[in-house]
Design a protein. Structure first.
Length: 425
């Protein structure tokens, strides 16, 4: 409620004529992540635009115009500049300064203090709208940040300095720009440090999940957002990818995923989460089944996509026309499929895309002659899972159980049946 009151007061001061048309939507009604704009709730309220208050992932929306109000949390600019000088004593260092959106208001003052001393320092700008295409050479536009790099080697010649607390945004930056060393300054504690997150170890964990995705036969597609532009297109893209890879897919909308929810789907071997860039990296160590990103699923199922060292967290980069889109190669006949060995289970699996299943025949041609020496076989992941279960549910077992007469059962309630007192010595 505090954020709602602040928004109302802000509009009464700056735009009084809009104060009567505001309809606050609490984040408690947000079924997904609070950093994303909840367009569905706004449309249910009949809103024509959205004022999003607080931290945001700055993912573009597809239906409604959005005005972001980040707020302005306090930042000791002098202390931050002093920490920067301690971390980068070389005045010729190439550094890109990133910040949490709640500290973007103070980046201008910080730039005035550091730019005269560091000629190669670059400050990123927060960009809320979808940038035009194409992007000029040397300019980086990702995660709602925009900055220009001029080093001959590109972005990998720069270090990154992040102003903000440790969280999902910093982790997303470090995995995406994994070739750049990171440092950070936490305004709440006033301390700076060189980030010690072992990026290589984190990437090894993600690549292990890619191998798990290659072994999976049944994949659950988790809908983690309903507001980010392009989420419907990537859902269709993932379904087609899994169909071509010979895997069964199910689309699930369960809100915020947690171990208790996903444990209900025992038949699913692995989940893929379609969410914004900051929330797609879900730590699934406590989950019964692992959760991967759309990019990791593409690495597992698209033979044409190879690991280049560049990690992608924005699923829109995988769509046709995007910077990182890779076309699916043509299907390989079943007789020419080269087998692959799983590094986890040691079992054989197909490494190429298979031919799509043949269409269903009309009833008049359902019967056909075949060679008696040939056998018909259909591989069903669901049937294989059911066959591996020790208990398959209630079965009639006709003729296998003795017939008994109906007798009178127990009376009372569970806490005290009528016959319990007579059985006690």
């Amino acid at each position: 409620m505090k954020g709602e009151v602040s928004v109302r007061n802000l509009e009464r001061k700056k735009c009084p004529e809009l104060a009567h048309s505001l309809s606050p939507l609490r984040h408690s009604a947000q079924p997904y992540n609070s950093c994303c704009v909840h367009e569905v709730a706004a449309e249910h309220a009949g809103a024509g635009a959205v004022l999003h208050y607080g931290r945001a992932c700055l993912s573009p929306c597809g239906r409604l115009p959005v005005l972001h109000i980040f707020g302005q949390e306090p930042l000791d600019v002098g202390r931050c500049a002093e920490t920067f000088r301690e971390l980068y004593p070389d005045r010729q260092s190439r550094v890109v300064v990133l910040s949490d959106v709640v500290y973007a208001h103070a980046m201008g003052e910080l730039e005035q203090q550091l730019s005269p001393e560091y000629p190669h320092i670059v400050f990123s700008r927060v960009v809320c709208e979808d940038p035009p295409v194409p992007v000029p050479p040397g300019e980086v536009r990702q995660f709602g940040r925009q900055f220009l790099v001029e080093a001959p080697g590109g972005l990998q010649d720069y270090a990154m300095f992040y102003v903000g607390a440790e969280g999902l945004a910093l982790t997303c930056f470090m995995l995406t720009w994994n070739r750049c060393p990171f440092s950070s300054f936490d305004p709440t504690t006033g301390c700076g440090r060189r980030e010690t997150l072992n990026v290589n170890r984190a990437l090894m964990r993600r690549l292990y999940l890619v191998e798990r995705a290659r072994d999976a036969r049944v994949v659950g597609i988790l809908v983690g957002t309903l507001g980010v532009a392009g989420y419907l297109a990537v859902l269709q893209h993932l379904r087609e990818l899994l169909r071509r890879a010979g895997k069964r897919s199910y689309t699930l909308a369960v809100g915020k995923p947690n171990p208790a929810k996903l444990a209900n789907f025992l038949e699913v071997d692995i989940f893929v989460l379609v969410a914004c860039a900051q929330n797609s990296l879900l730590d699934s160590s406590d989950f019964y089944r692992p959760v991967v990103t759309p990019y990791e699923l593409e690495l597992a199922c698209n033979p044409a996509r190879e690991w280049t060292g560049n990690y992608l967290t924005d699923f829109r980069d995988l769509l046709p026309g995007a910077c990182a889109h890779v076309e699916l190669p043509p299907a390989v006949p079943a007789a020419e499929v080269i087998p692959d060995i799983s590094l986890i289970t040691g079992e054989m699996r197909a490494a190429q895309l298979c031919d799509p299943p043949a269409p269903q025949l009309p009833p008049g041609t359902a019967l056909a002659c075949r060679d008696q020496t040939q056998a018909l076989m259909e591989i069903s992941p669901a049937a294989s899972f059911l066959e591996s279960r020790s208990w398959r549910g209630l079965e009639q077992q006709l003729g296998q159980t003795p017939v008994s007469k109906a007798v009178q059962g127990r009376r009372g309630i569970a806490i005290a049946y009528e016959d319990e007192g007579h059985q006690q010595p």
